[in-house]
Design a protein around this ligand. Structure first.
Ligand code: AHR
Length: 515
């Protein structure tokens, strides 16, 4: 029996919905085919956006979408993607397969997509090959309401009112595809460029993001904080140089030369991959420790704006398109990482899984008119219950499991939150490929009124295909035994769960009066 102890009266932080954010790049079939098919397509669409994809993402409660890259962002010139489509410049997508980019999806289309999804917008600027003027004019084009050359141009292109840009990043991976810079050089450039990301709307301030480290590049974080952190205001109304520093970390079963298959793997590779994903926690803690020295009040966020699994591409697909399948292993990786982000929600204020559709650890895959939801999709849908909640103090007994000493993992992970009505939401992952575990949840004297749950479970390589789209899906789970302030249940092997606990009126009132 493994004990999960929850203290409903101990709030530890606020879970920003953006922790469950997504990323869409002009890469392979993410934007084109995946999201955008054009108004003339036979695939049902609204202003060119696939209705099936939009509906699924809304149901999953997508909170924020990053665009247009990735590496693509630093070769993207936004003016090529506005105005009549027939006049838009065609370019080579040098990073991703050398294919022709016809710019038919540009700023207006991205904003239309975000409006249809009802999500926040995260626009990634170009510092690698773009000028300060280009970046500053883009911000003016998108967000200025008055009379100005760029606002007038926007109106001439059919959009009267400005849009809201919630987040704006000054470059991407500037230590790599974004310009191969050293941190001192980028820190200066960042301060320079961000000066001209003007705040035209005092009520809807743009949160400015600086490119942060990859993996364990702690020197990058130290340099960025030393050079660019200026303590003023509080998140999200921060008047300093930056509101967030990004972090990228991908989970690969092996390494960059031979990553490993998305669907053909054994128990040993299962544990190897899960063990590697736990590096995320170490990176967050160590980068946060550096940030804490400059910013002890967590005014700026660590934005994990690229994370997820990266496998060898599916056989017969363009290697530059990064198309991969998605199994129960990906569901576990999503669940583990989202639990880690929740536990660090005071510092991690946004995270964007890579990428939305048809690329890397996608929540949706498409093939012509067909669409499937991946196991990762269902995990995001279940975890959406945490959005905007208070993180609660919780801990669980665990034991190390695995096949090789080097790749041992805890058998269970969890995170717990409380929503505005006082309901408690528990998300749990069982990392064992073979074993189920009995769990006793103790709510420390708070009487339970009702319990309900959902689960995503299956064999470790189980996945959905276009011929068999419902092999893995969210199922109702109700095998709970409740006794006073305790609930016991058995979590099946290789599964991710969400449990909602409603406390008796009196307990709930006590909890509220104590918080
Ligand atoms: O997500 C794919 C790529 O990975 C992104 O374009 C880049 O930022 C990262 O290296």
């Amino acid at each position: 029996m493994f004990k999960l102890v929850i203290n409903p009266s101990k709030e530890k932080g606020h879970i920003n919905p953006e922790i469950q954010g997504h990323f869409s790049e002009h890469l392979g079939r993410c934007i084109y085919e995946g999201v955008f098919v054009g108004e003339d397509s036979d695939i049902p669409n609204t202003k060119g956006m696939r209705n099936d994809v939009v509906e699924a993402l809304k149901e999953m409660k997508i909170p924020v979408l990053r665009w247009p890259g990735g590496c693509f962002a630093d070769e993207y010139h936004w003016k090529d993607g506005i105005g009549p489509k027939e006049n838009r410049k065609k370019m080579i997508n040098t990073n991703w397969g050398g294919v022709t980019e016809d710019n038919s999806f540009g700023t207006h289309e991205f904003m239309e997509l975000a409006e249809q999804l009802g999500c926040k917008t995260y626009v990634n600027g170009n510092i690698g090959s773009g000028t300060v003027q280009e970046m500053s004019e883009w911000v003016e084009y998108m967000t200025f309401d008055g009379v100005s050359p760029m606002a007038d141009l926007r109106r001439a292109n059919g959009r009267e009112k400005p849009w809201t840009v919630d987040y704006f990043a000054v470059g991407n991976e500037t230590w790599g595809c974004g310009g191969n810079m050293v941190p001192e050089y980028y820190a200066s450039l960042y301060k320079h460029y961000q000066t001209f990301v003007k705040q035209f709307n005092p009520d809807k301030k743009i949160k400015k993001l600086a490119v942060g480290p990859t993996d364990k590049d702690y020197n990058w974080t130290e340099t960025m904080l030393r050079e660019c952190f200026r303590q003023q205001g509080t998140f999200p109304q921060n008047f300093g140089y930056m509101d967030g520093l990004t972090l990228h970390y991908y989970t690969l079963p092996y390494d960059w030369d031979k990553k490993g298959s998305a669907t053909k793997f054994n128990d040993k590779e299962w544990y190897m991959t899960l063990a590697k994903t736990f590096a995320m926690e170490e990176f967050i803690e160590k980068h946060s420790a550096i940030m804490d020295r400059y910013d002890p009040d967590c005014r700026i966020g660590l934005m994990v704006d690229e994370w997820g699994t990266w496998y060898d591409v599916e056989e017969g697909t363009n290697p530059g398109f990064l198309y991969q399948q998605n199994t129960i292993r990906d569901a576990l990786i999503a669940g583990i990482n989202l639990n880690i982000f929740n536990k660090h929600c005071n510092r991690v204020k946004m995270a964007n899984i890579a990428q939305l559709v048809n690329v890397l650890q996608a929540v949706i895959l498409t093939e012509g008119p067909k669409m499937i939801k991946t196991p990762t999709y269902y995990v995001f849908k279940m975890y959406s219950a945490h959005q905007d909640n208070a993180l609660l103090e919780s801990s669980i007994d665990t034991e190390p499991i695995g096949i090789e000493k080097k790749y041992m993992v805890p058998n269970l992970t969890e995170s717990v939150s409380k929503d505005e009505r006082g309901n408690i939401h528990i998300t749990l992952t069982n990392l064992s490929a073979t074993d189920s575990y009995e769990i006793e949840t103790n709510l420390l004297g708070n009487e339970i009124e009702s319990v309900s749950g959902e689960i995503v479970a299956g064999a470790i390589t189980a996945h959905n295909t276009f011929d068999d789209p419902d092999v893995v899906k969210e199922e109702t789970f109700d095998a709970f035994k409740t006794d006073g302030d305790k609930v016991t249940f058995t979590i099946p092997a290789s599964s991710v769960m969400h449990i909602k606990v409603t406390l008796c009126q009196k307990s709930a009132q006590d909890v509220f009066s104590r918080t």
